[in-house]
Ligand binder design. Sequence first.
Ligand SMILES: Nc1ncnc2c1ncn2[C@@H]1O[C@H](COP(=O)(O)OP(=O)(O)OP(=O)(O)O)[C@@H](O)[C@H]1O
Ligand SMILES: NC(=O)c1ccc[n+]([C@@H]2O[C@H](COP(=O)(O)O)[C@@H](O)[C@H]2O)c1
Length: 308
Amino acid sequence: MHLLPALDSPTSSLAATTGNNRAQPRKDAGASAAMTMNSKPELVAEAQAAEPNAPPGWSMAAPYKFPIDKLKRRTTHADFNPLVLVACGSFSPITMLHVQMFEMSAKYIEEHPQFEVVGNYLSPVSDSYTAKALTPAYHRLAMCELAVKDTDIMVDPWEASRRDEQGKPVYTRTADALAHFDHEINNVLGGIQAPDGTYKRARVALLIGADVAMTMGDPKVWAPADIDAIFEDFGVFIVERPAQADIEKVLVPLKKYKKVWVVPSFINDVSSTKVRAHLKNGHSVRDSVDELVIDYISNNGLYQGPGR
Ligand SMILES: Nc1ncnc2c1ncn2[C@@H]1O[C@H](COP(=O)(O)OP(=O)(O)OP(=O)(O)O)[C@@H](O)[C@H]1O
Ligand SMILES: NC(=O)c1ccc[n+]([C@@H]2O[C@H](COP(=O)(O)O)[C@@H](O)[C@H]2O)c1
């Protein structure tokens, strides 16, 4: 399993425009830091030494490859636009609801045909995301891979493994993460083929829970320019999360945006926070976490102490 890409391949470059011109990625996004990593072996060694428990196969030097194994390169319906859903988050650990977000969206899209889903991606954040220590990215990536094994979801390690010149993980703003997907699919791959043989740009849309959408009006958390880019250039599928956010209230500040789709969910209180608490207390999480992920957590002794 490819866990830590070095981000040095041409495909990881964000230099090209995103096709929507607004969400221009920051200059520090991706490629430049990676090239530095590769050109300075001592930094690579240092970064690897900092991750002594990483599973075999983990390599700072392995070139980054955008995952396309489950990407539909051709649509079957001429009338529907290709859509790629991207769920960004901590996934510490990934729960069944994270996977079900995609299933619920697929059902919603089937019932409101406008798009044909051609790709589903998880994009876990890097270890620099929050003040509290996150479970290391290589564990979170490995758990995500296990949870999506029998699904049509792919795990993109790009965000999780970006490093600065010192080899430290860097945070990627969500607008930049979406620009990365747009670039890989529409610029590098050239889009998605329609039944008539022509190529169409795929719409890349963010898939989030209503709790995250609720934070989007706070300029201390999201730069207003990023919010405009995310909602105007990309689009957002918001999955209801009644236990954490009132969808009606969530939608009020987002009224001005047209590319917003609300995906109905069912009443549940599944969250990674709750799973971590259960694990710490020795309680079962079988109802909300995939069995393979539970085994991985237990084999690696995760979530026993403080932190995420
Ligand atoms: N039960 C759920 N219903 C709807 N959306 C969810 C649910 N669980 C997670 N999500 C969404 O999945 C994305 C990634 O979530 P994240 O990894 O933060 O999980 P979480 O359960 O919210 O984590 P934590 O409890 O650690 O804050 C976010 O957009 C979040 O809103
Ligand atoms: N300014 C931003 O781009 C911004 C702000 C807050 C959260 N996010 C993203 O939203 C997701 C939320 O994840 P959590 O629910 O785990 O906090 C993460 O992927 C995070 O990167 C992005």
